[in-house]
Design a protein around this ligand. Structure first.
Ligand SMILES: O=C(CO)[C@@H](O)[C@H](O)COP(=O)(O)O
Length: 258
């Protein structure tokens, strides 16, 4: 049953509108960081403070990045069904909506999901090869290798299932879906966009390094130390300068999760 926007409590209406503004603005980061071409890629964010079954905001499918604004963002429930909140009826949500919805249903700590076809990360995905943790930046952001998820067709739960299954075995916020491209997650959409930018950067750097030889993986104890510092010490921590990229909960160590 579509949701009538006029029946939304004021707080939920405000939260939906805030998410639409934020997700629209974050979509501009994808072309700005050269992570997408044409209409490829998408960003979503869970609507904060939603009682009941939950909602998220995602871009409409196949619309030029130049034409995306808050008014064109689509609101969906956690089954991926479009919610009628006043967004024009002809705007259908992203073709990856079912994957985003699956992640939100199965990873309650996650508040943002991003998908791109960024060149270097997608090249690793094309080979179904994990990116080895040979850079401190990888240890900082991803806590280890960036894993590969299974090949899956677009349109149903298959991609989402592959993302969740793969991310459940790692600290990484990025997964390279085989022969498709990277999906990243974060506590909110901004953190997931950051992970997408970092994923492409390390994919490019490790690729370049491999043209020169075989880079060595960082020792596990050093990876753990770097990850701990970056996640818990790096950046600003005052109430007015809190880093929005920090995870809500400290993820378990690799040893605890495997
Ligand atoms: O992976 C795919 C298609 O292969 C999609 O991610 C498109 O690249 C973007 O689709 P929309 O979000 O515009 O539907």
């Amino acid at each position: 049953m579509p949701t009538n926007p006029h029946r939304l409590p004021d707080a939920l209406r405000a939260a939906v509108d805030a998410a639409k503004e934020k997700v629209a603005a974050l979509h501009a980061e994808l072309p700005r960081n050269e992570l997408v071409v044409w209409t490829a890629g998408n960003v979503s964010e869970r609507v904060a403070g939603t009682d009941g079954p939950g909602l998220f905001v995602i871009k409409p499918s196949g619309v030029s990045y130049d034409d995306l604004d808050a008014a064109s963002m689509v609101v969906c429930d956690l089954d991926g069904a479009k919610v009628d909140d006043g967004t024009p009826a002809h705007l259908q949500p992203s073709s990856d909506t079912a994957a985003h919805a699956y992640v939100y249903r199965h990873m309650p700590e996650i508040g943002g999901v991003v998908h791109t076809h960024s060149t270097y990360a997608t090249a690793w995905a094309a080979r179904s090869e994990p990116i080895p943790c040979v850079l401190t930046m990888m240890a900082d952001e991803f806590g280890g290798d960036i894993p590969v998820g299974p090949f899956a067709l677009i349109g149903d739960d298959s991609i989402g299932r592959g993302i969740v299954e793969t991310l459940s075995t790692t600290r990484s916020k990025a997964v390279l879906m085989a022969q498709h491209g990277p999906f990243t997650v974060g506590k909110d959409a901004r953190a997931a966009v950051k992970a997408a930018v970092m994923c492409e950067e390390v994919a490019r750097t490790v690729h370049v390094a491999r043209q020169l030889g075989d880079p060595a993986r960082i020792d596990q104890e050093h990876i753990d130390s770097l990850y701990e510092r970056y996640q818990n010490v790096y950046g600003q921590h005052g109430p007015e300068t809190a880093d929005a990229d920090k995870p809500a909960q400290k993820p378990a160590s690799t040893e605890e999760r495997t």
